[in-house]
Design a protein around this ligand. Sequence first.
Ligand SMILES: O=C(O)CCC(=O)C(=O)O
Ligand SMILES: [Fe+2]
Length: 283
Amino acid sequence: MVLPCRKTTVGNIEINVAPLETVSLRLLLQDDENECTKLYRAARVLGFFYLDVSDSESYLADVERLYSITERYFAQSEEDLMKDFRADDEFRGFKGGKNWGSLEILRDDVTSSEVPLPVKIQPDSTTVQRFISASHDIVYVILHQLSGSLWPGSRNHFENKHHPTKQNNSSLKVYRGPALARLSDVGDNSHTDGGSLTLLYTDKWGTQIELPWSKEWAWVEAKPGHAIVNIGDTLQTLSGGRLYSCRHRVSQPVDGFEERWAVTYFLRPENGTSLVPLLPNCT
Ligand SMILES: O=C(O)CCC(=O)C(=O)O
Ligand SMILES: [Fe+2]
């Protein structure tokens, strides 16, 4: 299936805007059949879609708070940031360089209270806990509806790999990823996400996806009140290739320094679960 891209102008450059469908969280919660069909189509064709969360005002207020928390966090000195660096840990803590960085906080650490939050984040623990809990509920709704589409009548397959109380590496990850003075200085960071589902909140251009039918890059427009959601490798594998984990990257359309903050939530499967197709491979 080929979907046409809209064009828009940023600076004086014309860019392709990725043709993402919009799925309503409210309608998914009501088991609306058309919405579930739309979700399934979006997860198969592009693996990227908008989730309309505009009804969840208090949740969106937490997203706004997290942008400010992220900005304050990255305003710390390099020495303070490095206190949160965990050399031997793929998931937890601060990672970064000269003008970019990320901080990842595991849901299990927050729910068990066994691992303290980074010092600078501690005053905001309530916001962090609320965001993680609400985001986990949201990705679980998507997971559940996709299971319903893949296994009609038996609604449990993906959920069996994502039991809410079994240990897993689901996480909140916040980013500082500024636009640079020169576009040519942006390095290649293209990748697919290894986990199950990713929710992304940002308010600026930056995310690009590789269109599966032409391998061209298209820009994802940030939409207020909407999360950008993508399918990760885990769901692609478990679904026998029916769901699509789309290659994507972070770049900038034009030259010019500008700070960009992003707030993400990664749903990951239970630790140690075997990631073999639950359906025969369809490719
Ligand atoms: O910041 C973005 O736009 C995307 C981040 C991303 O792809 C990731 O965290 O996996
Ligand atoms: Fe990603």
